[in-house]
Design a protein around this ligand. Sequence first.
Ligand code: FES
Length: 156
Amino acid sequence: MGYMIKVNGDTHSVDVDGDTPLLWVLRDVLGMTGTKFGCGMALCGACTVHIDGIATRSCITAIDGIGDSEVTTIEAIGKTAAGARIQTAWLDREVVQCGYCQSGQIMSAAALLASNPHPSDADIDDAMSGNICRCGTYLRIREAIKQAAQSNGQGG
Ligand code: FES
């Protein structure tokens, strides 16, 4: 079946079954492989994208439920103000270890910062608790989010 889907500002026509997860449309149909498959059950967060700015697990989000919503992926998050600050802080703090979970981590962190420019530790824990890192980069993730929030406060 044909669907029109808006991803990173472009509209794409895709020919897939309606129950196809957004993750596979992004990776296999559109060739955007930055979004990762982790568990397939919305338990690990590796597949996180934004749908209308909300951090969403693309592995359990069927294409036929997306409609006119705007999908943003890791490929374009650096073009948003919050995403750019998060990516800069991630590099400064050398957050990444193996990297597999990090697209999802960045997408969750960027959604947090966009909706809450000065998150508390509890806000960070709430927003990031669904993103698992098998390398244990959690402390650096938290530091990077705080740095990104501070850079926001300085007008950057
Ligand atoms: Fe390896 Fe998070 S950096 S799983």
